[in-house]
Ligand binder design. Structure first.
Ligand SMILES: NC(=O)c1ccc[n+]([C@@H]2O[C@H](COP(=O)([O-])OP(=O)(O)OC[C@H]3O[C@@H](n4cnc5c(N)ncnc54)[C@H](OP(=O)(O)O)[C@@H]3O)[C@@H](O)[C@H]2O)c1
Length: 327
């Protein structure tokens, strides 16, 4: 099992969890159940992943069989862009809880600092980049005029009501977090960002450490996850698994793999990881990193020096090119 980090609200969170993006619905419930048997205790889901019913089913099966209790599991979801208005925050959260068959989440992130026009569940769920049939025909997204602090305050109410234990933010940059910290009543416990040796975001990571906000890395394997999305940038960027520096570090630690080096580089620097895999050996290998080997300070530095500010998940490349989230 993964070691635990203590969040700024006192809650303990596993340092290694399982990412649920792109886990096929048909196999998802069983994969979550099997992952629990392997020792996974954190599941990083989202409304947008379209598999929350199945993630919940896998968790509930493990609970009903007595493998774990609800308290042993750290359940994460994310508020999607169409539900940022305070009238829709709790509605969206309750839909997630209802789909999962759970009473509360341990952590609920704002998925992106981007507000789309509301779409009722009956019209399309999860809505993805849909903001209405007319927009869809034109390849357009209509925004909603909702400042982040309004969304955030609606989430604070959800904490008060016991529906979520903690609030997180995802894909936020430093200045937006600074602004949020000036206006929030309950501090965010975590920031989830794209983080791998091609995109180290060191200032942002340092800022979070200073403010006791846990950084959680997504897409730890860099381009890997985006190749299957057919993203041109991912297809043309050399894989990190074959990178000379990563390979050399892996060779320095017999028995380790390059994928484990990528994860260990993060966790050893206090950054949590949520690698996704559908293969049992990989799931085990990804979870085992902490007890297997320790990288030297020099190795950590050598890997960090690979930074090239290459970002694969950039809203600027979505429809319309009008979301300068990371500009
Ligand atoms: N907040 C956000 O905006 C955001 C964005 C992206 C992701 N996320 C979260 O972060 C999680 C992880 O990120 P991700 O899914 O983008 O990418 P990832 O975990 O970096 O990569 C997943 C890919 O790597 C492969 N893989 C997994 N373990 C491996 C290993 N040991 N060796 C070789 N290949 C391996 C997987 O294939 P197999 O399945 O075939 O093993 C899959 O193709 C997501 O599932 C999601 O929960 C959040």
């Amino acid at each position: 099992m993964s070691s635990l980090v203590t969040l700024n609200n006192g809650l303990k969170m596993p340092l290694v969890g399982l990412g649920c993006w792109k886990i096929d619905k048909k196999v998802c419930a069983n994969q979550i159940y099997e992952a629990i048997k392997l020792g996974y205790r954190l599941f990083d889901g989202a409304c947008d992943y379209g598999n929350e019913k199945e993630v919940g089913e896998g968790i509930r099966k493990a609970i009903s069989e007595g493998l774990v209790t609800r308290k042993d599991i750290f359940v994460v979801s994310k508020l999607w862009n169409n539900f940022h208005h305070p009238d829709h925050v709790e509605l969206a959260l309750k839909k997630t809880l209802n789909d999962m068959g759970l009473d509360y989440l341990d952590l609920y992130y704002i998925h992106f600092p981007i507000a789309f026009k509301y779409v009722p569940f009956e019209e399309k769920y999860p809505p993805g980049f849909y903001t209405g049939a007319d927009d869809e025909k034109k390849g357009h997204i209509t925004e909603a005029h909702v400042p982040i602090i309004d969304t955030y305050r609606a989430l604070e109410k959800c904490v008060d009501e016991g529906l979520i234990k903690s609030i997180g933010v995802s894909n936020f940059q430093g200045s937006l977090i600074q602004d949020l910290l000036r206006g929030c009543r309950i501090k965010p416990v975590a920031l989830q960002i794209e983080h791998h040796p091609y995109l180290t975001q060191e200032h942002l990571v340092e800022f979070c450490k200073l403010h006791d906000i846990q950084v959680v890395a997504y897409s730890s394997f860099g381009p890997q996850s985006f190749i299957e999305m057919d993203l041109q940038l991912a297809r043309t960027t050399p894989t990190l698994f074959e990178n000379d520096v990563i390979k050399k570090v892996s060779q320095n630690h017999p028995g380790s793999t390059t994928s484990q080096v990528l994860l260990r580089w993060a966790t050893q620097r206090g950054i949590a990881v949520i690698p996704k895999s559908s293969k049992k050996e990989r799931l085990l290998g990804n979870l085992e990193i902490e007890k297997k080997f320790t990288l030297t300070e020099q190795e950590l530095k050598d890997i960090s020096a690979l930074n090239a500010n290459i970002r694969f998940n950039d809203p600027w490349t979505w429809l319309d090119g009008k979301f300068p989230t990371f500009a």
